[in-house]
Design a protein around this ligand. Structure first.
Ligand code: ZN
Length: 647
């Protein structure tokens, strides 16, 4: 079987060594990273395995290698067709005849895939979970004696997670239907609670747990209060001229509005959302993948199928509803391991809006006959995730550390006092503290407390009006200009006070209750601050510019351009665009940025020298090597560049 991969590895070779030989020959990587090796070893040993590796951590080879070693197929369950297609394209480009079975294929195409599969010609078969509803399929799969069932995005099975999919519950019965076949559950982000739920739901048998660090040190996190989304986005994009950037917005209208404004300012950008005609969506997707379009302004509909590894910037114009979502979306930046920037713009209205949506969808679920208790549990879980996200945005400590601890790991990086991670706004000293924060907080808290004693509750907007001494109809009619706290923060603007109220909510001093029009209440932590038992810190509610000399992360080699000829690198990108177009594949399938950088750094003069570059496997060397070499042969002498540089 698997006639296309004939590497003539002696069969008595240790399986893990065979795996590494395959990795070298097919993927062009020298060796498995530690955690990949643990996971592959566990699968080869026939053990159930839980693998938590961040985006870009190389999860997919952990289920792509074992079938090639064992010469028995692997079945990979994956939630999204676009994701499957990209992986199948990548595998095929490297000479592995993978295939996917999903609802977009014609009946004849499906039959064709299954025929190839039962004849042992498809080592890696991707499936959508809903396919499993067809009982006959499971017996066909079983007859092929798979060596592995891999479940990608395994957190979708958990109600505690951020992306629960009822279809995933079908997977629970796979264990019984395919007894004895080891399972590999993969996810990029899972809190300890979600991890346990995955193990339980899938009935994993004493699984080996391989849990990687969630930290992505090459990402620079910056979180800013949203003041003027377009201006703020432009300011960030200025740092990434012509580099791949994604801007996430919440609504279709926003995506169109912001894209248009960017285009008006001369940025090559396009909008993307589920409401666009399919042809237009495909066009944008392909242009971005092929490196012809640098900036996409999108709803979260964009991105699941994006496998471009050189995204240098991801901006969120609104706060996402969970840190898991944020990790996943921001995690699309810098998958090549090189430095990338993630900026999140937020306002108090983001959390309020999410809360309204979560509560409304709970009401709908109950109206549609959902079990009240299950729905309530799910709603509480979603609101908890939301509160954690607000707290992260409002936090004044290291962002990387906060993410790591949220996902249940210990932080091993430098302490904030020692300069911290060097890659977040807090550690880079970009967050300005508010002077006398405790006094300011007390003024706001006492206003909320005073209204409470009158039996009155209001939202952030009205409280801010009172604090700045506003002259609104509501203040006049409620005689709130008679309150002792009226005008106590006259020196601030209403939006600044609203921002401070948001910080007080996120730090647990104020509670926000009610759905669409939430009101504020004083809660326990707020009482201690009000009594003077506790000091607090707040960020200055103003927008700060990023000093130019603080843009690069300290102490990291992620931005290391030493020895790289920039014009040559740009020339290679251009060449890659052409090669990708000719092969009708996305640019990253031809070569990722790291490979291009190495080519522009070492400038190999022979195919043999080129083969030592990480990421160029045997097939790529044969198929693309000559073209790349010819390019270098023409470029280097013309520009006076020496060849075969050594590290
Ligand atoms: Zn930090």
């Amino acid at each position: 079987m698997m006639a296309t991969i004939d590497l003539q590895i002696p069969t008595d070779t240790d399986p893990i060594d065979r795996a590494e030989t395959l990795l070298r020959e097919i993927w062009g990587h020298d060796e498995l990273r530690t955690l990949q090796r643990e996971a592959v070893q566990s699968v080869l040993d026939g053990r159930d395995t839980l693998l938590v590796l961040p985006t870009g951590g190389g999860k997919s080879v952990c289920y792509q290698l074992p079938p090639l070693v064992r010469e028995r197929p692997a079945i990979v369950l994956s939630p999204l067709v676009s994701l499957m297609k990209d992986q199948v394209d990548s595998l095929r480009a490297s000479g592995v005849p993978a295939a996917a079975l999903h609802g977009l294929l014609s009946e004849e195409e499906k039959r064709q895939v299954l025929r190839e599969f039962v004849h042992g010609r498809i080592p890696v078969l991707y499936l959508a979970p809903e396919r499993l509803a067809l009982g006959s399929l499971v017996s066909i799969l079983s007859a092929a004696e798979p060596c592995l069932i891999a479940i990608d995005e395994a957190h979708c099975i958990s109600q505690w997670g951020h992306d629960f999919r009822p279809d995933y519950r079908r997977l629970a019965s796979l264990r019984a239907q395919l007894p004895g076949v080891p399972m590999l559950a993969c996810t990029a982000t899972a809190t300890p609670r979600v991890r346990e739920d995955i193990v339980q739901q899938l009935q994993l048998d004493n699984p080996v747990r391989v849990v990687g660090s969630v930290d992505r040190p090459n990402l620079i996190f910056r979180v800013r209060p949203r003041t003027d989304a377009v201006a703020q986005v432009l300011e960030v994009l200025e740092r990434h001229p012509n580099e791949a950037s994604i801007i996430y917005v919440q609504t279709r209208a926003e995506s169109e509005r912001i894209a248009k404004k960017l285009v008006d300012r001369g940025v090559k950008a396009s909008c993307y959302h589920a409401g666009l005609p399919a042809a237009k969506r495909t066009k944008v997707h392909e242009a971005f993948q092929a490196d012809r379009l640098p900036v996409v302004v999108a709803t979260v509909a964009f991105g699941m199928g994006i496998d471009r590894s050189d995204v240098r910037c991801v901006i969120h114009a609104n706060m996402p509803k969970s840190l898991e979502h944020y990790q996943q979306e921001a995690g699309r930046a810098g998958r090549d391991g090189l430095a990338a920037e993630c900026v999140l713009l937020h306002a108090a209205s983001d959390a309020a809006r999410w809360q309204g949506l979560i509560e409304r969808s709970a009401d709908e679920a109950v109206a549609e006959g959902g079990d009240r208790e299950t729905v309530n549990r799910n709603t509480r879980a979603q609101l908890d995730l939301l509160a954690e996200t607000s707290a992260w945005c409002r936090g004044l400590g290291c962002r990387h550390r906060a993410v790591v601890e949220y996902f249940g790991h210990d932080w091993h990086g430098a302490d904030e006092r020692e300069g911290g991670c060097g890659a977040c706004d807090a550690c880079l000293g970009e967050i300005e503290r508010l002077d006398d924060a405790t006094t300011v907080a007390r003024k706001i808290l006492s206003c909320v407390a005073r209204l409470g004693t009158l039996g009155q509750q209001f939202g952030a907007g009205h409280i801010a009006d009172i604090m700045v001494g506003g002259n609104t109809e509501r203040i006049r009619s409620m005689r709130h200009d008679q309150l002792s706290t009226f005008g106590l923060l006259r020196e601030l603007t209403k939006s600044q006070v609203t921002d401070l109220i948001g910080q007080l909510v996120a730090t647990g001093c104020l509670g926000r209750i009610g759905g669409d029009r939430p009101v504020l209440t004083l809660v326990a932590d707020g009482v201690t601050v009000l009594r003077g038992d506790r000091e607090i810190e707040l960020a200055k509610p103003a927008r700060g510019k990023v000093p130019r000399d603080q843009r690069a992360p300290k102490g990291r080699d992620a931005t290391d351009w030493s020895g790289i000829d920039r014009p040559l690198f740009e020339g290679l990108r251009e060449l890659r665009r052409g090669m990708a177009a000719a092969r009708k594949v996305p640019a990253y399938v031809v070569a990722n940025d790291a490979v291009l950088r190495d080519l522009a750094r070492f400038r190999p003069s022979t195919l043999e020298a080129m083969s030592s570059i990480r990421g160029i496997g045997r097939k790529k060397l044969v198929e693309q090597g000559p073209e790349l070499l010819a390019f270098l042969d023409a470029w280097c002498p013309e520009n006076g560049l020496a060849r075969d540089m050594v590290d």
